[in-house]
Ligand binder design. Structure first.
Ligand code: ADP
Ligand code: TYD
Length: 207
C-alpha cells in the first residue's frame, strides 16, 4: 500500500472541517519528514477568480457554466506547468487538496444530471485519481452553525436547504464511485483532534 507519490483529496459540505483537517494532516506529515504541498479548489487562477465572482454575485453564471468552469479550473490545477498537482507529485511532494472532482459530482448534480458532471470531469479523473479521498461527513445543521459563527459573508451555496441537498448528493456520488475509488468516510461531528486521529489512521498505511 505504501506509495512514493501520494495524492489525498478532502471532501465534505461547506464548514465540515476540511481546511482545519488539511492543516492538521499537513503538520503531521511534515513532522514525519514528508514534503507536503497543500492546495485547494476553486483555485486562485483566473478561472477560479471567475468562479468566485459568480459566487459573490459580481457576474451572472448559469449552473451549467459554473460546472464547466470548475472542470476547467481542475484541469488547470492538474496541468499547470509550475504549480500544477502533476508537477508537484513529479517533484516528490505529497499533495493534499481541499476539494477535487467529488465536489463537482455533489454540488452540480443538485442542478444537472450527475452523469453529465461525470462526463465533464472524465479527463481529470483519467489524469489523476486520489490515492485516498477523505470525506468528512457532517450534519448541515452543525456545519452551518459553525460557519455562521466564523464567517461574515455567506456564499451562494451556503444555505441550510442547499447543504442538505449537497450532502445527499455526496452520498449518492460515493455510492456511484465506491468500487473504483478509495474513499474513507469520517464522522466530522467530534473535536478537531478526534477527527484528526481517525484521518491519521486512514492515511498511515500509505506513508
Ligand atoms: P471547511 O474547510 O470544510 O469549510 P473549516 O475547517 O473552515 O471547514 O471549519 C469551519 C469552522 O468550523 C471553522 O470556524 C473551524 O474553526 C470550525 N471547526 C472545524 N472543525 C471543527 C470541529 N471538529 N469542531 C468544532 N468546530 C470546528
Ligand atoms: P470552498 O472550499 O468553500 O472555498 P472557499 O473557502 O474559498 O469559500 O469552495 C467554494 C464553494 O465552491 C463551495 O460552496 C463548494 C463549491 N464547489 C463547487 O460547487 N464545485 C466544485 O467542483 C468545487 C471544487 C467547489
Amino acid at each position: 500500500m505504501k506509495k512514493d507519490r501520494l495524492f489525498i483529496a478532502f471532501e465534505g459540505i461547506d464548514g465540515s472541517g476540511k481546511s482545519t483537517q488539511v492543516k492538521m494532516l499537513l503538520a503531521y506529515l511534515e513532522a514525519c519528514g514528508h514534503k507536503v504541498y497543500p492546495t485547494f479548489e476553486p483555485t486562485d487562477s483566473r478561472i477560479g477568480r471567475m468562479i468566485r465572482d459568480i459566487f459573490n454575485h459580481r457576474e451572472e453564471g448559469d449552473q451549467r457554466v459554473i460546472a464547466a468552469l470548475f472542470a476547467a479550473d481542475r484541469l488547470n490545477h492538474l496541468l499547470h506547468s509550475q504549480d500544477g498537482i502533476l508537477k508537484k507529485l513529479e517533484e516528490g511532494y505529497t499533495v493534499i487538496t481541499d476539494r477535487y472532482y467529488l465536489s463537482s459530482y455533489a454540488y452540480h448534480s443538485v442542478y444537472v444530471p450527475m452523469d453529465w458532471v461525470a462526463d465533464l470531469n472524465r479527463m481529470s479523473k483519467s489524469l489523476l485519481r486520489p490515492d485516498l479521498t477523505v470525506y468528512i461527513d457532517m450534519k448541515p445543521e452543525v456545519s452551518m452553525e459553525r460557519l455562521s459563527r466564523s464567517r461574515q459573508n455567506i456564499e451562494m451555496y451556503e444555505t441550510l436547504s442547499h447543504q442538505v441537498n449537497v450532502r445527499e448528493k455526496y452520498h449518492e456520488a460515493i455510492e456511484r464511485v465506491k468500487d473504483t475509488e478509495n474513499i474513507c468516510i469520517i464522522d466530522g461531528s467530534q473535536s478537531p483532534e478526534v477527527v484528526h486521529s481517525y484521518i491519521r489512521s486512514a492515511v498511515e498505511p500509505y506513508v
